[in-house]
Ligand binder design. Structure first.
Ligand SMILES: [Zn+2]
Length: 293
């Protein structure tokens, strides 16, 4: 079975959240809310009005949703010590799950989001291991300078569902959750946008048909090395999904603007042209192998 993609992040960002500390922000903090009743929406609503000096975080995961409540990459008041100033993202898991199915869905999203945040921050996907990477609040309480925190989350809550600290570490670092048969289908990281890469994109975005073909393309220097392209007009549904994700006009055609935006997204050279062996395509293939775009 293929992993479902991480749900689209809903943004309900509190205005005026302060920057805490200075770049680089090289930690991702893993929390759980400590509230046995609150939904993700309750938590996001609370963030809109609460006194921020008593603490804030960047994302809450729950009820099948991911809600971003503060900007990333500027620290948070969330771990009660000097490592407040190191947080790229601080992610809360709700504690109000009533069934194992509800928990497992959110647990998987929590892990995916922690991994994605680490990737975006440019730090290794390692849990509770030194001063960079993904750190539980528990680890911060025990190891940060000037710690005034005795919080041990998210471990007691995870333990309630049978997830030990070691299992959490394994799940986050491997990117596989549970019995391991839900790893995303792996594709070659060869920098060539061919049929298999296209199929994986179609699976990831859930567009139809899943045929490995980028249809309806107007041939230009931008896309002439897209090996899965079919020349014509009308555009491709999966390209429209990519354009939507990147906030572009959705004409379904891989033109120079779309290529540049993809290159920007993946941090590769922005020349608006896909090379025969493309660094941008390589980064995209790596992301897809982590069930991300
Ligand atoms: Zn916490």
């Amino acid at each position: 079975m293929i992993n479902m993609a991480l749900p689209k992040t809903e943004k309900q960002i509190r205005k005026g959240t302060p920057q805490v500390g200075n770049p680089p922000f090289k930690q991702i903090h893993a929390h759980s809310t400590g509230n046995p009743d609150s939904t993700a929406q309750n938590e996001a609503d609370f963030m809109q009005t609460k006194d921020l000096t008593t603490g804030f975080y960047t994302h809450v995961v729950g009820n099948g949703r991911v809600i971003q409540v503060a900007p990333v990459n500027q620290g948070c008041w969330d771990v009660g010590g000097d490592w407040n100033s190191d947080g790229y993202a601080s992610i809360e898991l709700i504690e109000s799950h009533k069934t194992r199915a509800e928990f497992e869905k959110d647990y998987k999203n929590y892990i995916d989001l922690l991994r994605k945040a680490a990737k975006n921050a440019g730090v290794a996907i390692k849990v509770d291991s030194g001063e960079t990477g993904i750190l539980s609040h528990n680890y911060c309480s025990l190891n940060q300078p000037n710690s005034k925190s005795d919080h041990v989350d998210p471990y007691p809550y995870l333990a309630k569902w049978g997830i030990s600290q070691a299992q959490f570490k394994k799940d986050v670092e491997s990117g596989q959750v549970g019995n391991g048969n839900n790893q995303p289908r792996q594709i070659a990281v060869d920098g060539q946008w061919g049929s298999d890469c296209t199929k994986r994109l179609q699976e990831y975005f859930g567009t139809k048909p899943i045929d490995g073909v980028i249809s309806g393309q107007i041939k230009t220097r931008a896309n002439e090395n897209v090996y899965a392209a079919e020349w014509g007009t009308g555009g491709s549904n999966v390209v429209r999904a990519i354009q939507k994700q990147l906030g572009l006009a959705q004409d379904g055609n891989i033109g120079p603007g779309t290529v540049k935006a993809m290159q920007k997204h993946y941090g590769t050279t922005q020349d608006g042209i896909i090379s025969p062996i493309s660094d941008m395509v390589k980064e995209m293939q790596k992301a897809l192998n982590n069930d991300q775009f």
